[in-house]
Design a protein around this ligand. Structure first.
Ligand code: ADP
Ligand code: MG
Length: 290
């Protein structure tokens, strides 16, 4: 039988938008000493707006937007939505892409107007040994902007800098976790400069940048091997294996079905502060029991 105090806590939690899917994991939550947060869509709003377009080959911005919006028009990634909105906002038309392929954690490629087009992360180009060396790239990333590269044929043609908004609630949860002796750690596929800037803004204890989707679970395992009791908070398909690997997997928001299925707890309200609420509730519930 489920002890009464636990039954009361879980239904109280549910009323407050905290769905406990695994009671044993909820009990483990009282011993947590580190929370790993995904960046985009968890600590940040996950809504990107294009703030800068840098032409690398002297072409014009409208052409760059036309090509970029076409490649991104079928992608669900928040970066894609920001680029499409920028083109639409300027009244720039774009065709449907042909032969679309997505590179997980790196970007997308397609043919547009008969040309090979790609939009990828600067890290992806570095791994391919074709890095963008323009100094404006580092400057934008150090300013906390997410930068993607538009490649036409095999030539980097333009940089798109996108700004996301750090949630005010994120700053609160980091401070509250710290007060409970729990570290806050961020994991992101985004660039080092962006991660550093967000980490500084939020007062995070540690961060990992340029983590490819298939490396996220391994990072959580590494932290646990250091002796930490780890909660992982994420919203995406990419995060599912890391949620499973953690002592407590937390899916935030509507999330994707895969993330929800892999989580021990679901935060229905998409408020990162609910991570601390779970921890507090677990400590309160299980300290009343012998
Ligand atoms: P995060 O870990 O922040 O949720 P992702 O793993 O989804 O990030 O993506 C990592 C990086 O891959 C992004 O910062 C971006 O540079 C690139 N990327 C992924 N998908 C796309 C896309 N559709 N358009 C442009 N860039 C993309
Ligand atoms: Mg994500």
């Amino acid at each position: 039988a489920v002890p009464l105090v636990v039954a009361v806590s879980t239904s109280l939690a549910a009323k407050n938008g905290l769905l406990i899917r695994d009671r044993a994991a909820f009990e483990r939550a009282r011993d947590l000493n580190a929370v790993v947060f995904d960046k985009t869509g968890t600590l940040t709003e996950g809504r990107f707006g294009v703030s800068d377009i840098v032409m690398l080959e002297g072409g014009d911005e409208d052409t760059a937007l036309h090509m970029a919006a076409s490649v991104e028009s079928q992608s669900q990634h928040p970066i894609a939505q920001g680029i499409v909105a920028a083109a639409t906002g300027k009244g720039i038309a774009f065709p449907a892409p042909e032969g679309l392929q997505s590179i997980t954690g790196a970007g997308v490629t397609a043919r547009v107007d008969g040309q090979e087009v790609a939009i990828v992360s600067p890290g992806h180009l570095r791994r391919q040994n074709t890095p963008v060396s323009d100094p404006r790239l580092a400057a934008l990333e150090e300013a906390g902007k997410t930068v993607v590269v538009l490649v036409l044929g095999s030539k980097p043609y333009a940089l798109f800098a996108l700004a996301d908004i750090v949630r005010a609630e994120s700053r609160d949860v980091v401070a509250r976790l710290k007060a409970r002796g729990v570290q806050s750690i961020m994991m992101t596929g985004d660039a080092e400069g962006v991660a550093k800037s967000v980490a500084k803004e939020l007062g995070l204890d540690e961060y990992f940048a340029q983590v490819l989707p298939d490396q996220k679970a391994a990072k959580v395992r590494e932290l646990r091997a250091r002796g930490l009791k780890v909660a992982m908070v994420g919203d995406g398909v990419n995060d599912a294996p890391a949620l499973v690997e953690a002592d407590l997997g937390i899916a935030i928001g509507a999330g994707t079905d895969v993330a929800v299925e892999s989580a021990d707890v679901v935060l229905v309200r998409s408020d990162p502060r609910d991570v601390e609420a779970i921890l507090g509730l677990s400590r309160a519930t299980y300290s009343k029991m012998v």
